[in-house]
Write a protein that binds this ligand. Structure first.
Ligand SMILES: Nc1ncnc2c1ncn2[C@@H]1O[C@H](COP(=O)(O)OP(=O)(O)OP(=O)(O)O)[C@@H](O)[C@H]1O
Ligand SMILES: [Mg+2]
Length: 292
């Protein structure tokens, strides 16, 4: 049995009178890839932000390697924060710094690495995501997908023990989603512990070791991808899955299929029309299902 990295107990968070997290409990073990799904406003981002102390929980505890990070002093909090990499929907790269400087800044400042050492490691990480040629470029010269890969590398440069992702692909053009998901798959394969909020159901199905469904500030379903996706569900989870299967999943799948076919030079106009019609059918079916 793998050891527990994060243990969350009865986590609550309120903003004024609005109770957003209503007592979450779960454990994240070393090497797990936990995917969080659920309707908008359910508290997914707030949960992630509590985990790395961007928000202070109102109640409950978060044990990181056994240390309660909610009660820790500032110095301990900062140390623990730097052990958790966080990647957001918007890349938050420093616009006035080169890609290399974006990546090496924190390792130099916080980990006390020399410039040479930090740069050598940064170049290795950039090579891993296929971007070593962009080291001297500035963020505005990169595509969205490239920026997000750099944002991931920047987190990895701190050698985090866990990576938290909040909808890392939802601000990207469809043709760039795949390259970012590939980097995340590679991380997962190499044993990185990950918590990922995403609408990419195929990623969830293929990569997650566990799926959490969060709605109304509670985890209302939890299981392996098989348990969540391959079995019929009633109530909100069923409705939600019907919806995402109808749009995001179909859209992403179809966009990938079209691009792949275009790359291979085998797609024809009538085939494009066919896949679009199929997408429409799925959408209508999903709508019908949700109403039934
Ligand atoms: N800083 C804040 N102040 C006040 N309310 C907030 C704050 N952050 C989030 N909320 C509220 O908390 C609730 C949960 O928000 P959260 O962003 O965690 O949801 P989510 O599940 O990530 O949604 P989405 O899928 O749209 O990203 C929402 O009602 C939101 O308006
Ligand atoms: Mg969110």
């Amino acid at each position: 049995m793998a050891e527990t990295l994060l243990k969350i107990e009865n986590l609550k968070k309120a903003f004024g009178n609005l109770e957003v997290l209503k007592g979450l409990s779960t454990e994240i073990k070393v090497g797990e890839v936990v995917v969080m799904i659920g309707p908008s406003g359910g508290g997914k981002s707030t949960f992630l932000r509590c985990m790395n102390l961007l928000e202070t929980p109102t109640e409950g505890s978060i044990l990181f390697e056994g240390v309660d990070i909610v009660k820790a002093d500032e110095k301990t909090k900062n140390r623990l924060r730097s052990d958790m990499g966080m990647v957001f929907q918007h890349f938050n790269l420093f616009p006035h710094l080169s890609i290399l400087d974006n990546i090496t800044l924190a390792p130099r400042l916080i980990r006390g690495k020399s410039r040479a050492e930090a740069e050598t490691e940064a170049m290795k990480l950039l090579a891993r995501v296929g971007l070593e040629s962009k080291a001297k470029a500035y963020p505005q010269q990169l595509s969205g997908g490239q920026k997000q890969r750099v944002a991931i590398v920047r987190s990895l440069a701190m050698e985090p023990k866990v990576m938290l992702f909040d909808e890392p692909t939802s601000a990207l053009d469809p043709e760039m989603v795949g390259e970012v998901l590939d980097v995340m798959k590679d991380l997962a394969k190499n044993g990185m512990t990950m918590v990922v909020v995403t609408h990419e159901m195929r990623f969830a199905r293929d990569v997650a070791t566990r799926v959490l469904f969060l709605e109304g500030g509670r985890i209302t379903a939890e299981g392996t991808p098989e348990e969540i996706f391959e079995r019929p569900h009633e109530g909100r989870l069923g409705e939600f899955l019907g919806k995402v299967k109808g749009d995001q999943l179909a859209d992403a799948d179809i966009a990938h299929a079209i691009l792949k076919a275009a790359e291979d030079g085998v797609i024809t106009v009538s085939e494009v029309e066919e896949v679009l019609a199929e997408a429409k059918r799925r959408e209508q079916k999903a709508k019908g299902g949700a109403q039934a």
